[in-house]
Design a protein around this ligand. Structure first.
Ligand code: HAM
Length: 426
């Protein structure tokens, strides 16, 4: 019986894994150089970790279940809440800011489509202990440099949920209603925003202001918002955003101001940003990174701890990442024991030793199917190996092996050490 994969999941074949590994290593290296340390949290958590902030409705979008002990669990849909839970439980006493990064799989019960999966990976970072513009700028710049290390061109949009929230709060709109509006804005459903605000009796003037704010884009958006009197010049959100943009300039990070960014998750309190792929290779799912400032620690039993972070959709990056060259990583060497009836043991013993030596430098294969010389060579060709190291009785007598270049067919006897140098220089 043929068994299919579960809907929305994928298998990753060796070539794909190689590519993903290169990406992961590059991003890891950047994060570490910026002073972030890696952490890992469990794949499943108590479901309430995710419902506390967002309410029971979020269960619809999660893989949640009761375990045999009757505990209500959920596969993590994202990593920010787990990281802050871990911080409150384990890292409260660590020096502030606490800077961490993570790479892990997440699960969302969504309708699968191109670049949208039910199991996907996130690479992210959090600065716990600061949501000041300096921290916001560092987080955005880190994301920007990660992309740079992958050679991916993208467009960064920066906004601030405080501007919209402040405006609604001043008009006495309640928190739950504000969250609802933010979610509708995030989905780009303008008409629904207008209908909902009308429904709860919001003044037309405010609705107009809000829609105008959502539509403001580009470098002059803040000036425009001020000139049109949509935000007061004493607005904290506005001052914070201006400071952030100034520091982003210090980092040479290019951005588009977009006050319509609302983000789908409920915990953002200030700056928010999204990065989109340019080039149209991801279709509708072109958001490759999302992040912002938030407060979650107090909700999980800790002190009020402002934080700022982001997460990349790693799978979306993998779809558009083009490795310049995989030459070194994929150069394979095959050690080929040439067996004779009586010489099996010696040849095998030396071949194993030679393979161990070569493995210090290159991905090295050795026959494990007792195949003939020609079958071993066919296998070497089939896996696109670059070199074969032939080990026969004659070679052993001379203390040498035969190195064959599998592309050109040229071959030469030499010591194993010379082989290593020759292959390295290739
Ligand atoms: P998010 O925007 O929900 O934010 O997810 C981050 C990224 O994960 C998205 O930009 C997208 O590229 C990717 N992503 C989301 N859902 C899927 C899916 N079904 N299939 C493939 N990729 C997907 C967060 O999760 C926040 N925790 C980010 C954050 C960290 N904010 C502060 N710190």
């Amino acid at each position: 019986m043929r068994i299919e994969r579960a809907r929305g999941t994928r298998d990753f074949l060796p070539e794909e894994m190689k590519k993903r590994r290169i990406m992961e290593e590059r991003m890891r290296e950047i994060a570490e150089r910026w002073g972030y340390e890696e952490i890992r949290t469990p794949t499943f958590e108590l479901a309430e970790l995710f419902t506390l902030k967002s309410g029971e409705a979020i269960l619809e979008e999660m893989y949640e279940f009761k375990d045999k002990g009757g505990r209500h669990l959920a596969l993590r849909p994202e990593l920010t809440a787990p990281v802050i839970r871990m911080y409150v439980n384990e890292l409260k006493m660590a020096p502030k800011p606490t800077k961490v990064y993570y790479f892990g799989n997440c699960f969302r019960y969504e309708e699968p489509q191109r670049a949208r999966y039910r199991e996907f990976w996130q690479f992210g970072a959090e600065i716990i202990g600061s949501d000041r513009p300096e921290a916001q700028a560092e987080i955005i710049a880190l994301a920007f440099y990660c992309l740079k290390s992958l050679g991916i061109k993208a467009e960064l949009h920066v906004g601030h949920v405080g501007l919209i929230r402040e405006r609604l709060r001043a008009a006495n709109v309640g928190n739950d209603e504000i969250n609802r509006v933010m979610r509708l804005i995030d989905k780009g459903e303008r008409e629904a925003v207008i209908d909902f605000l009308n429904e709860i009796g919001t003044k037309n003037e405010l609705i107009d202001d809000l829609i105008c704010l959502v539509d403001l884009k580009g470098r002059d958006a803040l000036k425009e918002a001020r000139e049109r009197n949509i935000v007061g010049s004493d607005s904290d959100a506005l001052k914070e955003l201006e400071m952030l943009l100034e520091i982003l300039d210090y980092y040479d990070v290019l951005y588009t101001l977009n006050l319509g960014i609302a983000r789908g998750l409920d915990y953002y309190t200030g700056m928010v940003f999204e990065i989109y792929e340019v080039g149209g290779r991801l279709g509708a799912q072109n958001q490759i990174c999302g992040g912002g400032s938030y407060q979650l620690a107090a909700l999980f039993g800790g002190d009020d701890t402002p934080s700022t972070g982001f997460a990349f959709g790693f799978d979306r990056l993998a779809e558009i990442f083009l490795p310049e060259t995989m030459h070194l990583e994929s150069m394979k060497v095959v050690v080929i024991p040439i067996r004779t009836k009586n010489g099996d043991r010696d040849v095998m013993k030396e071949s194993v030793k030679i393979a161990s030596k070569l493995r210090e430098f290159f991905p090295t294969y050795i026959d494990v199917m007792s195949r003939s010389l020609s079958a071993q060579l066919s296998y070497a060709a089939a896996i696109h190996a670059s070199f074969a190291v032939l080990v026969g009785k004659n070679e052993l007598k001379e203390g040498k092996v035969t190195l064959r270049n599998l592309d050109t067919g040229e071959q030469e006897k030499m010591s194993v050490e010379e082989c290593v140098e020759r292959i390295k220089a290739f």
